[in-house]
Design a protein around this ligand. Structure first.
Ligand SMILES: *Cc1c(COP(=O)(O)O)cnc(C)c1O
Length: 393
C-alpha cells in the first residue's frame, strides 16, 4: 500500500509520515539499532561512496529510523528537508557553525535559551564572527542592526521565559535584504502552533527533547530547511562532525510524535485556562500568555500562532522569597528546569536557567526575581489549579 504523504491531513501525518516498512510488514516503525551497513559486493560499496547508488553507509551520516523521523518532521513542518541531531543544542550549533565563517556577522534576539545565548555571545566571537543582540520585539532595533550586511539572524518566538513574540515576516524581509538567513528556534510554539518557514524564515530548529518526546525520556534535536541548504551546507557539517541522534532516541521520538497533537492541544488549552485563573489569584502580580488580551503582542501572536502554547509565565509578590515559598508549596507541580513534559513543571528562571546571564541582562529581559515559568502537563487542569491555589494561599 502506498499513498502520497503530502496529501495526508496534519493529524494523519503525525502517525503515518515517513513510515518505511521492511519486508516483514511490521506495524510500528522499525528500530534500526545499527552503526554500519553491509554491501553485497565491493562494486556496491564503491558505487555507494561515489554516489551512484543510494545505500546507507554509516549511522553518523544517515540511518533508516532517523530517515523516518526526518521525513515525518518535514511533513509536519512543511519543510523540504531535515536532519536530526543528538540534542536541541547540537541542532542550533550545527545550523550556525555550518553556515558561518570568520568575518561574518550575526544578529540575534536577546531573549534566547541560555545555551543559544552562550553560542552567540561567547563561542562565535572566538572564531571571528561579529555578533549583535537586539530586543526581539523592537522592529526599530532590527531595522538598525540589519541596515548593515549580515549573514544570519537567530531568534526564538515565543521566547523563554517571558513569551515575547518576534514579527517573523517583517524581520525575515529585513534579514534577507541584508543578506542573512533567518534561523528560528520554534520550541515553545511546536510545529503545530506556528510554522516559521511559512512566515518567511529559512531554517527552523527544535529541541525534540521538549514536546516531541513530551514524556521526559530522551534528548533530541532537528534542523529543517530547503533541500539545497541542507545538502550543501548542513549535511557535510553533520556528516563530518558527528552530532548524530541515536536510532533508539529517534524511535522514541517517532512514537512520541504520534500523540503530539493530542498532547500539545490539551496542554495548550489547559495553559490558556490556567493563565486566566492565575491572573485572578491574590499574590500574583502579572501573567504572561501569548493569547491573553493583556499580552503586549497579542495581535502578533494571533497572526503567527494558532494557540498560545503550553507555557505560562507569572510574577508573584515577594520577589525570590515569595517565588521560592510558592514553589516549595507545590505537591503536584514538580520543580524542574525542563518543559514540554506530560508532567507540569515549574522553574524559577532567575536562579536556574537564566542565572548565568547576570542581573543586568535579566533586568533587560524583564526576568524579575518573582517570575515563575510554568510548563503545563497532561494532568486534569482542576488538579493543577488546586495545587496553585494551595501554594499561593
Ligand atoms: C531546551 C531548549 C533548547 C536546547 O535543547 P536540548 O535538547 O536541551 O539540547 C534550545 N532552545 C530552546 C528554546 C529550548 O527550550
Amino acid at each position: 500500500m502506498t499513498f502520497d504523504p503530502s496529501r495526508l491531513r496534519p493529524a494523519t501525518r503525525l502517525v503515518h509520515g515517513g513510515v518505511q516498512r521492511t519486508q516483514h510488514g511490521e506495524t510500528a516503525e522499525a528500530l534500526f539499532l545499527t552503526s554500519g551497513y553491509v554491501y553485497d559486493d565491493a562494486e556496491q560499496a564503491e558505487a555507494t561512496f561515489t554516489g551512484k547508488l543510494d545505500h546507507y553507509q554509516y549511522s553518523r551520516f544517515a540511518n533508516p529510523t532517523l530517515t523516518m523521523l526526518e521525513q515525518r518532521l518535514c511533513l509536519i513542518e512543511g519543510a523540504e528537508d531535515c536532519r536530526t541531531t543528538a540534542t536541541g543544542m547540537a541542532a542550533v550549533n550545527a545550523a550556525l557553525l555550518s553556515h558561518l565563517k570568520a568575518g561574518d556577522r550575526v544578529v540575534a534576539a536577546r531573549a534566547l535559551f541560555g545555551s543559544c545565548h552562550w553560542i552567540v555571545s561567547t563561542l562565535l566571537p572566538k572564531f571571528g564572527i561579529e555578533t549583535e543582540f537586539v530586543d526581539g520585539t523592537d522592529l526599530g532595533q532590527w531595522t538598525r542592526a540589519l541596515s548593515r550586511p549580515a549573514n544570519l539572524v537567530l531568534l526564538e518566538s515565543p521566547s523563554n521565559p517571558m513569551l515575547e513574540m518576534a514579527d517573523l515576516p517583517a524581520i525575515s524581509a529585513m534579514a534577507h535584504a541584508a543578506g542573512a538567513i533567518v534561523v528560528v528556534d520554534n520550541v515553545f510554539a511546536t510545529p503545530l502552533l506556528q510554522q516559521p518557514l511559512k512566515l518567511g524564515a529559512d531554517v527552523v530548529v527544535y529541541s525534540c527533547t521538549k514536546h516531541m518526546d513530551g514524556q521526559g525520556r530522551v534528548l533530541g534535536g532537528a534542523v529543517l530547511g530547503s533541500k539545497k541548504w541542507i545538502a550543501d551546507v548542513l549535511q557535510p557539517f553533520i556528516r563530518n562532525t558527528g552530532p548524530a541522534l541515536s536510532p533508539f532516541n529517534a524511535w522514541v521520538l517517532l512514537k512520541g510524535i504520534e500523540t503530539l497533537a493530542l498532547r500539545v492541544n490539551a496542554a495548550s488549552a489547559a495553559a490558556a485556562a490556567i493563565a486566566d485563573f492565575l491572573a485572578e489569584q491574590p499574590g500574583v502580580n502579572r501573567v504572561w500568555y501569548p493569547t491573553r488580551s493583556d499580552h503586549p503582542q497579542r495581535d502578533l501572536a494571533a497572526r503567527q500562532m494558532t494557540a498560545g502554547g503550553t507555557v505560562v509565565t507569572f510574577e508573584v509578590a515577594g520577589g525570590k522569597d515569595g517565588a521560592f515559598r510558592i514553589m516549595n508549596g507545590f505537591r503536584l507541580i514538580a520543580i524542574s528546569n525542563n518543559l514540554g513534559d506530560s508532567k507540569s513543571l515549574v522553574t524559577h528562571p532567575a536562579t536556574t536557567t537564566h542565572m548565568r546571564i547576570g542581573e543586568a541582562e535579566r533586568a533587560r529581559l524583564g526576568i524579575a526575581d518573582g517570575v515563575l515559568r510554568l510548563s503545563i502537563g497532561l494532568e486534569d487542569p482542576e488538579d493543577i489549579k488546586d495545587d496553585l491555589r494551595r501554594a499561593l494561599a
